[in-house]
Structure formats: C-alpha cells, structure tokens
Design a protein around this ligand. Structure first.
Ligand SMILES: C[S@@+](CC[C@H](N)C(=O)[O-])C[C@H]1O[C@@H](n2cnc3c(N)ncnc32)[C@H](O)[C@@H]1O
Length: 246
C-alpha cells in the first residue's frame, strides 16, 4: 500500500459529482448524515477497561473530521472522571485532518494524517506511545473503517490490520461494516465510472462480521461486550487483552 505522501490527490477526492463515491470512506460531509450523539448512545461503560493508571492513552483510527473523536473524549471523561485522557486520532486524508485540527478545542486530542496500512506512516503511532511512556494503547477505537481497509487491501490486508491493532491495544472497540455496505460502496463508485479493483477477489464476504469477531478473539484478546444493532444496523464490539500492559 502506498504511503500517505504517495497517495495521489485524485485518490483522495470523490469520484465524479457524487461526494458519496469515495475510495477510502473519506466522505467530506460524513457527520451531516451520521449523528454523533446516536453513536455515543450505543456505548456502554462495560465496554471499557477498569482504570489502571492516572493516564488513559487512546487511538482513534479513521477519525475523519474528528467529530466522533471529540464526542468519545467527552464520553470517556464520564467513564474515567479521574483520568488524564489522551487521544491520538489518525486519518489517511490530510484535508479531513486539517479540518479536524482547525476546529479542535481539546488539547488532549492530537490529529495526525496517517495511513494505518503503511509502515512508514505508522511510525507516528509508536512515537505517540513512546511520548506517553506507554507500550500499548489502553483503548483503540475503530469505527466504520474495516470495510475501507478490506476493499483497498484485500482479505490479507484486513486480517493483517486486525492483528496489527491487537498487537498494540489492550482494549479495542470496533464497529465493523456488514457485507451489505460493501455492495453499496461498490455500486456507488461504479455509478461514477470507477470500481474497487479487489472487490471481486474478496473471499471474505457475507461472513465478514464473524471472521472479524473470530480474528479479534483469537490468542491474545477476548470479547468483553457486544451492543445491540444500532439504528443503522451496526454493532459495536469490545475486545480486551489481559496480556498487554500499558
Ligand atoms: C466512514 S469514515 C468513519 C469515520 C469515523 N471513524 C466514524 O465512524 O465516525 C472512515 C474513515 O476512515 C479513513 N480511512 C480509510 N482507510 C484508512 C487508512 N488506511 N488509514 C487511516 N484512515 C483510513 C477515511 O479517510 C475515513 O475518514
């Protein structure tokens, strides 16, 4: 996969005249359609680990313009009233990160452009952990990102991504997209004369939810919580490792 600096501007723009026809889920107007309040209402304190430290260090992968990251920060303050909460929020699209940064009123949230699938880009993640004297994130959020990783990196890429986040996260809160969303995404870009090249090669398809759940709960992590389906038919799952220490 190309590093963020190598990705062409055209890859990061939407196709044709439809702002919903995007390659990475980098919608410019995402939060006009996906109410952040409803997303937060789907969270439960039981999804989160008990505080072990005065500092809680979190990662939000695919933060878009940051509205959900900021709402997560405020929610975390209610779960961990005595903790210093720090969040690294990353997104592949530098324009979205710029918007998130300009409107950021929280010094405890750092927004950085980073393609999680690129080794060089990922150095910023290790650097952030080092700067907070942590070897792993206490909580990693991964909301509505797995499909985009999967469509652009194939089955192997999806599994590599899940193993990667397990390697540096004590707790992972994940909201995977079901297969139906993939068909809609492909239909949408096709209408604009493009296509997800790997779409037809994917072997993980209608079973994507169960494969994600199985991979997440293998070896190091166990499922600790699963929400009801949200109004837009997505579940939020929480997985925790007892092995990693902060
Ligand atoms: C559908 S949006 C979800 C935004 C937010 N997580 C939420 O649920 O409200 C998916 C985001 O993931 C980002 N993204 C996709 N592939 C990525 C990658 N390889 N590395 C980092 N961010 C990525 C997109 O740019 C987009 O902003």
């Amino acid at each position: 996969m190309k590093s963020e600096s190598e990705i062409k501007d055209t890859d990061l723009n939407f196709y044709g005249s439809d702002p919903g026809a995007v390659k990475f889920g980098n919608f410019i107007n995402y939060y006009s359609f996906h109410d952040v309040g409803e997303r937060i209402n789907n969270l439960r304190p039981q999804m989160f680990p008990a505080p072990v430290d005065k500092q809680l260090v979190c990662l939000d992968i695919g933060c878009n313009t940051g509205e959900l990251s900021k709402a997560l920060y405020m929610y975390l303050q209610t779960v961990y009233p005595d903790c210093d909460i720090q969040i690294l929020a990353i997104d592949i699209d530098s324009t979205l990160i710029e918007r998130a940064t300009v409107s950021n009123e929280f010094p405890n949230i750092k927004f950085i452009t980073c393609n999680i699938m690129d080794q060089n880009d990922r150095l910023c993640i290790q650097k952030y952990l080092d700067s907070h004297q942590h070897t792993a994130f206490d909580v990693t959020f991964c909301f509505s990102v797995t499909m985009w990783i999967h469509l652009n990196n194939g089955d192997e890429g999806l599994l590599e991504f899940l193993k990667l986040i397990k390697s540096f996260s004590k707790t992972i809160i994940i909201e995977p997209q079901p297969w139906k969303c993939y068909r809609n995404a492909q239909r949408r870009v096709k209408k604009s004369g493009h296509s997800f090249e790997l779409y037809s090669c994917l072997k993980i398809k209608s079973d994507v939810d169960s494969i994600i759940e199985k991979t997440m709960s293998e070896d190091t992590h166990v499922k600790t919580y699963e929400s009801e389906n949200s109004s837009w038919n997505r579940r939020v799952l929480s997985f925790s490792s007892m092995k990693l220490s902060a």
